[in-house]
Design a protein around this ligand. Structure first.
Ligand SMILES: NC(=O)c1ccc[n+]([C@@H]2O[C@H](COP(=O)([O-])OP(=O)(O)OC[C@H]3O[C@@H](n4cnc5c(N)ncnc54)[C@H](O)[C@@H]3O)[C@@H](O)[C@H]2O)c1
Length: 334
């Protein structure tokens, strides 16, 4: 049997990217404690392939007392912090939960991690903290200029992490990833929402004319990068995680429709998202110098994702009722 590696406490491990990290960590032989509130976005079904290889504790990172009790019992050596409210559109309609989970939650987690002497803390952040860029790419030294309430809450949490490094000598690293996609993504994000709607022959909403550009990173590549940053990154540093696969949203949507054998006539252009960032692009040479590169290209990743979603249509459909209630509420209110 594989030797057990050190204990990692993973917040948000029942979410889309966190669960991939847990699956990989279980396969590597890490001892894993998943702490997740199980919001609408969390789902333990994502972890069924790792059953028996991690401990799960349902808890809210904003509840300092329960988090303290968890750390006291579990004594994790490192923390990888994925837990967050993660959907930009939701932050536009109501920013409060984003400030609570992403900013206050991170501060509480930092304090408790410090108190219990955590050796390495990886904070998962996003390319969106840099704002958008017309030409070229953001490096880790680019200024922070977030445009959505979601991005602002992530930027605030990044700054808190940096402040703890500087003020307290806290051993943290920040990973800023570009748009992830792949199996188990909640069907309110672009790629799974397109697949779900198209499989049901419903109109596929695309903001404005689909001219926004995103850099698509397959979720297993992202989780591998996070492991590398955890294991080999330099404390106090920021690492961008980008794939280099830049696509206009309209081309992504057409690619998915093509893979599904559905007509482009399903596309319905809708009013743009307020403040919509036009383009993100990350320079990730710093991470590549540690030895990482993405394994899954966009063509392969989209094909794998479509196949996975077709096989798991029941899972997408299980989210539909709650999503429809949410969409009706939001779109009725403008
Ligand atoms: N999805 C992307 O494309 C992307 C890109 C870059 C960075 N990120 C960041 O990566 C992280 C994970 O993103 P994701 O797409 O997997 O998100 P997700 O929404 O799928 O999962 C978030 C998880 O966090 C949990 N959670 C939320 N609030 C919590 C709280 N107060 N206490 C405990 N658990 C809580 C949820 O239950 C859920 O399981 C986030 O920090 C996000 O900002 C995501």
């Amino acid at each position: 049997m594989r030797k057990k590696l050190h204990k990692i406490l993973v917040t948000g491990g029942a979410g889309f990217i966190g669960s991939e990290f847990v699956r990989q960590g279980a396969a590597k032989g890490y001892r894993l404690v998943v702490v997740d509130k199980l919001t609408y976005a969390g789902d333990l079904a994502r972890l069924k392939d790792a059953r028996g290889k991690f401990d799960f504790i349902r808890a809210d990172i904003c509840r300092a007392e329960s988090l303290d009790a968890i750390f006291k019992k579990e004594r994790p050596v490192s923390v990888v912090h994925f837990a967050a409210e993660s959907h930009v559109d939701r932050s536009i309609h109501n920013a409060a939960p984003f400030i609570e989970a992403n900013v206050a939650g991170t501060q509480i987690l930092l304090d408790i991690s410090r108190k219990y002497g955590v050796k390495r803390f990886v904070h998962i952040s996003t390319d969106e903290v840099y704002g958008d860029i017309e030409k070229g790419c953001f490096t880790e030294n680019s200024p922070i200029a977030p445009n959505s309430p979601y991005a602002a809450s992530k930027a605030a949490s990044d700054l808190l992490v940096k402040a703890y490094c500087r003020t307290h000598g806290f051993p943290a690293l920040i990973a800023r990833a570009s748009n992830n996609y792949g199996p188990w993504q909640y069907p309110e994000k672009l790629i799974p929402v397109v697949i779900l709607k198209a499989l049901k022959d419903q109109k596929v909403p695309v903001y404005a004319r689909g001219q926004n550009i995103r850099e698509w990173l397959y979720v297993s590549d992202c989780a591998e990068a996070v492991f590398l940053i955890l294991e080999s990154g330099k404390l106090g540093e920021v690492y961008n995680i980008g794939s280099g696969y830049e696509k206009k949203n309209i081309d992504t949507v057409k690619r998915l429709l093509g893979l599904l054998g559905k007509p482009n006539g399903l596309i319905s252009y809708v009013k743009d998202r307020p403040g919509h960032d036009l383009r993100y692009c990350l320079d990730c040479s710093k991470l590549r110098s540690l030895g990482w590169k993405p394994r899954i290209d966009f063509e392969t990743g989209t094909a794998l994702t479509v196949e996975w979603n077709k096989r798991h249509l029941y899972w997408l459909e299980s989210k539909l009722e709650a999503l429809t209630v949410y969409w009706k509420k939001v779109y009725r209110n403008g």
